[in-house]
Design a protein around this ligand. Structure first.
Ligand code: PFF
Length: 463
């Protein structure tokens, strides 16, 4: 049942940019500075980089191998590689459900970034500021996200944008748009970092990011860093496995994974270089501000720091939120594709119909997630808004669970011959670290991930 009409990425650069596009997103520019800020800065970053190398990279390479070898969506892939062994077959559907849940709540935040881009474009932030004594940006943000109408409109616009790209297919949609959006994103990122480094908080920001205070390292920091690594690399749900099914046989999987993880980490750190110098430029502003750092603190910071240069104070927030829109879009495209490919190939629904189904279902759940943030909303389960519940269930449970099983599958089930062939492109490339790779897959990654779980279950209490 080989599918000959499956799309393929046309170039190796397209492969890297599309995969990096999936990885680079709100997780880097919004979640990473928040986590780093709350967990002590440089010490967190150091642990985060260790997690990327020890767990992230091996699992990413495994997803690439599974996807390319089977030429199939993430669910069919496990069936093909382990026929009859149903214990492995639910990894695919688990990832698909996680993908839909992430797509739903992630689009809510992506919608906020779209709104902030529009508001910045209309120069609303500079007018909004008032006399600076009240928390105008905080009030604006909480009123906006609790509003039943506007966030829904922006969220819908965002999901339709994602739909538009996915509907165009692999090469003409995902690859072409990634090739435009990712370089734009890199340029914006560097321009913004350049500006941030001219602020008076630059030295303090740099030392927060790069001078580790080892006394800050504890188990919570380690576990947060591990969770962040999974979310940020888009691993554990078969998303990169699906992308890899569109890779050509000559793509070097290890090199691609190293490039993607490298770009992802680079973007996360440069985002820190934008945000922390800016934060330290304003007295009273704290890096541990939390999730509102990007939506509440930053508009204020831009306004105060560049008060003498109104053009800069106008243009920088616009560029920053536009950057967030681009980064979110390349990520939501990959979540959409994960589910679309699954419906199309596993359930033989036409690709066009599958695309519409995913868009509609995620739109409904996205709207529910957004409405759940309104005050007094009934969309609360166990004291958690639907938005928070989806975030919690996916990032803390479903992705690590998927990652654990992908590692176990590769380490203990997948034929050595297949692993070797995928790593060396059937003997055409040399690969030196095979034993190390297998050791990471068999032991290091599963044990590390298991620790996250035990902590979530409060079975282990490290701190
Ligand atoms: N890696 C993305 C980010 O850092 O924003 C989030 C993400 C994308 C998670 C795609 C999962 C996924 F399948």
């Amino acid at each position: 049942m080989e599918k000959n009409n499956r799309g393929k990425f046309a170039s190796k650069l397209g492969v890297i940019l599309a995969s990096a596009g999936s990885a680079v997103g709100l997780g880097n520019i919004w979640r990473f500075p928040t986590e780093a800020g709350e967990n002590g800065g440089a010490a967190f970053i150091l642990i985060y980089i260790c997690c990327i190398i020890l767990f992230g990279l091996p699992v990413m390479i495994a997803e690439f191998m599974i996807g390319r070898n089977t030429n199939a969506d993430a669910s069919t892939a496990f069936k093909k590689l382990a026929p009859g062994k149903i214990q492995w077959h639910w990894i695919g559907p688990l990832g698909v459900v996680a993908g839909m849940m992430i797509f739903s709540f992630y689009s809510v935040v992506a919608g906020w970034t779209l709104n902030y881009t529009v508001q910045a474009g209309l120069n609303r932030f500079n007018h909004m500021a008032g006399n600076g004594t009240e928390n105008v940006f905080g009030n604006y943000f909480s009123n906006f996200i609790a509003d039943p109408i506007w966030p829904t409109i922006y969220l819908t616009a965002f999901i339709l944008l994602t739909h538009y790209v996915v509907a165009k297919g692999i090469e003409k949609g995902i690859e072409r748009f990634s090739k435009i959006m990712m370089p734009t994103l890199f340029i914006l990122l560097l321009v913004l970092a350049g500006f941030a480094l001219t602020t008076q908080g630059a030295a303090e920001g740099l030392s927060f990011l790069f001078k580790p205070d080892f006394s800050k390292i504890n188990s919570d920091v380690i576990l947060s860093a591990m969770g962040q690594a999974f979310f940020s690399l888009s691993i554990g749900l078969g998303c990169l496995c699906t992308y890899a099914s569109y890779f050509r046989p000559n793509v070097n999987l290890t090199k691609t994974a190293i490039s993607v993880a490298g770009i992802d980490t680079f973007v996360a750190i440069v985002s820190g270089l934008i945000i922390f110098p800016a934060v330290f430029s304003v007295p009273g502003m704290e890096p541990s501000e939390g999730p509102s750092l990007v939506f509440v603190a930053l508009p204020n910071i831009f306004r105060i720091v560049f008060a003498d240069y109104p053009i800069v104070a106008y243009i920088l927030p616009f560029l920053f939120y536009f950057l967030l829109v681009l980064a979110s879009l390349t990520s939501t495209i990959s979540m959409h594709e994960l589910v679309t490919a699954y419906l199309h190939e596993r359930h033989h629904i036409s690709r066009q119909k599958a695309t519409y189904i995913v868009t509609t279902v995620c739109l409904v759940f996205g709207i529910l997630c957004s409405l759940s943030l309104g005050s007094g909303s009934v969309l609360n389960i166990g004291g958690m808004s639907l938005f928070d519940l989806f975030d919690y269930l996916t990032a803390k449970w479903m992705l690590p669970l998927g990652g654990l099983f992908i590692a176990l599958f590769t380490g203990w089930q997948l034929e050595r011959k297949i692993i070797w062939e995928e790593l060396t492109n059937k003997g055409q490339l040399s690969f030196y670290g095979f034993k190390v790779f297998m050791f990471l897959m068999k032991f290091v990654a599963p044990v590390g991930i298991l620790l996250i779980f035990l902590d979530q279950l409060n079975i282990l209490s490290f701190s």
